[in-house]
Design a protein around this ligand. Structure first.
Ligand SMILES: C[S@@+](CC[C@H](N)C(=O)[O-])C[C@H]1O[C@@H](n2cnc3c(N)ncnc32)[C@H](O)[C@@H]1O
Length: 355
């Protein structure tokens, strides 16, 4: 089936052509520009008049015959509207693909609000109480997080909402940011619940992050990333959707802690200078998952945990090793009565510690 993608100038049209090629589908791009910057992304490209031009359908018919086109895809709302109403009578042999931008975009909004309505129940289960959060705020949090690549499931986000509603005012520290998916969630919740400044820590360096406890193929998979690009991806995501007070340290957890303890001010070219209190309200441990590394992260950062603060051990349930689980279980045993709440959510262990 040869597909016409119109108007080819839209970024979504070009992405559609890339995906179609991966699926072995030929595409013909067309738009009303003499020089379309996306023209090379399609197997063939042609000029078509504007949809408001009286000659549009005649030109379209010629193009369809010339290239043997059987279907049309458009991400452009007015074009979809026109095709939906006119194609069946004017070119009955040509199929209009997909539900179109109107239904697709509105469905995405409805799905986000449905996810938020269902998610609210999940948050309240984790929190044991009602949590003040606008439906649109929760829908937006879930939808935005979903756009970011990373390892932070929806259940874990709901559990994070629950703990931020019961977190003291202080710093929010994340060890292990990757592209910043959970960083975004922590930063957004820290602002919504007026908790404090967020600090993300990651060396973005393959040699400094090998997980020797994990099976060899999991260790090797990390080499599939170009860590400079992952770091750039983190900046791209955070500059796009973080809000101050926010900063990061490109360092291992241990080196970052030395700086955090001594200076309280973190400076980066992208986010300027951020002042931290030196007292941690939420500590998210999601760096190297080897038992010795999780242990080191905990021992390095927990002295700054404040009364009523939370420690989150990511991947408490992890198919590739037991590091986070061993250390989380040991923490529960060592802290004993000082643990005022704990639960597992989205595969992570959440522990609230009193004085
Ligand atoms: C599982 S990923 C983090 C996932 C991320 N939190 C998310 O939401 O997608 C683990 C990250 O820990 C980082 N890391 C490895 N060793 C580290 C260390 N010693 N200190 C801090 N981060 C480390 C890695 O570079 C990697 O980006």
């Amino acid at each position: 089936l040869i597909t016409l993608v119109f108007p080819s100038v839209l970024p979504e049209s070009a992405r559609y052509a890339d995906a179609a090629r991966e699926h072995g589908v030929r595409t013909v791009g067309a738009s009303s520009l003499e020089q379309d910057p996306n023209a090379r992304r399609f197997d063939d490209w042609a000029f078509l008049p504007l949809i408001s031009d009286p000659s549009f359908f005649d030109a379209l018919e010629l193009l369809i015959i010339e290239h043997g086109i059987g279907a049309i895809y458009t991400p452009h709302a007015p074009s979809f509207h026109l095709f939906e109403h006119q194609l069946p009578s004017r070119l009955p042999g040509v199929r209009l693909l997909g539900v179109g931008p109107f239904k697709r975009q509105m469905a995405a909004v409805r799905e986000s609000f449905d996810a938020a309505a269902a998610g609210r129940l999940g948050i309240e289960r984790f929190a044991g109480q009602r949590i003040p959060m606008w439906p649109a705020a929760l829908a937006g949090l879930l939808a935005q997080a979903d756009r970011l690549y990373g390892e932070c499931s929806q259940q874990k986000i709901l559990a994070l909402c629950a703990i931020f509603a019961d977190a003291p005012v202080g710093d929010v520290v994340e060890i292990g940011a990757l592209y910043g998916k959970s960083t975004y969630v922590l930063n957004r919740l820290a602002l919504s619940f007026k908790v404090g400044a967020t600090l993300a820590v990651d060396p973005w360096n393959l040699d400094l992050s090998v997980q020797i406890d994990a099976p060899l193929n999991i260790q090797q998979a990390s080499g599939g990333w170009d860590w400079e690009v992952v770091y750039q991806g983190f900046l791209l995501n955070m500059l796009g959707c973080s809000a101050p007070p926010f900063n990061y340290l490109r360092a291992t957890s241990v080196d970052a802690n030395a700086h955090y303890k001594d200076s309280r001010i973190v400076t980066s070219p992208e986010f300027g200078a951020t002042t931290y209190t030196g007292q941690i309200s939420v500590l998210h441990i999601d760096g190297n998952h080897d038992e010795s590394s999780v242990d080191q992260d905990l021992r390095t950062w927990s002295p700054q945990l404040m009364p009523g603060g939370w420690i989150v051990f990511d991947d408490y349930y992890w198919p590739h090793g037991n590091g986070p689980r061993q250390i989380a279980d040991r923490t529960l045993a060592e802290y004993g009565e000082r643990v005022t709440r704990h639960f597992v959510g989205g595969g992570a262990m959440f522990i609230k510690v009193s004085v």
